[in-house]
Design a protein around this ligand. Structure first.
Ligand code: BEZ
Length: 185
């Protein structure tokens, strides 16, 4: 393959791309929503106690904001192979048109990762309270599941993105921390 390549990050790739890139730009895709519906047994949880991480679900009128990374044509295959290995817990490559923040087209096709309902780690929908409980209880080789949610929320805020699903989960986790903290008499 040749030509420029773009990778769209909407989860941990927003704050930890872990690959060399030429350029990075805020971007969005249409028709998808970010959801904490994928189980993580290798990064933010373990096989007996999976954490919850984001995947994308189809929603016709939705937009999902993230970061797009332009990578060198010469290194794209190695980067894709490394990402495939990093995301081997149920994610598959997908390609979508990438839009700039102003609505223009950044790339006709960008690579992204989606965990669909047919993968073995898929957990699917749950109430935000149930998701928050599971996140609070989970951690894995990449760190705690709470840290994953808080870093994602902070990164999205830095992009001026609004994502109610992420921000509502963040609020529950932060409120829980305050309630659990020491109080002055
Ligand atoms: C991402 O940050 O875009 C991402 C989400 C899930 C799996 C792989 C990457």
């Amino acid at each position: 393959m040749s030509g420029e390549a773009w990778i769209f990050g909407y989860g941990s790739l927003v704050w930890r791309p872990a690959f060399a890139f030429e350029e990075r730009q805020p971007a969005y895709i249409e028709g998808w929503s970010r959801r904490f519906w994928q189980g993580s047994t290798d990064h933010r949880g373990v096989p007996d106690a999976p954490g919850r991480v984001v995947t994308l679900v189809r929603q016709p009128a939705a937009r999902c904001v993230g970061l797009a990374y332009r990578v060198e044509p010469e290194t794209r295959e190695r980067i894709f192979a490394d990402l495939d290995a990093r995301e081997r817990g149920g994610y598959a490559q997908h390609r979508e048109r990438l839009h700039r923040a102003d609505g223009g087209i950044l790339a006709a096709e960008g690579l992204l990762y989606v965990a669909t309902a047919d993968n073995p780690n898929y957990l699917g929908p749950a109430s935000l309270d149930a998701i928050a409980s599971q996140v609070r209880a989970s951690s894995g080789p990449s760190g705690s599941n709470v840290e994953y949610v808080l870093r994602l929320a902070e990164s999205l805020r830095a992009l001026d993105a609004v994502d109610d699903h992420v921000f509502e989960l963040e609020r529950r986790l932060r409120d829980g921390r305050k309630r659990g903290g020491k109080r002055c008499a």
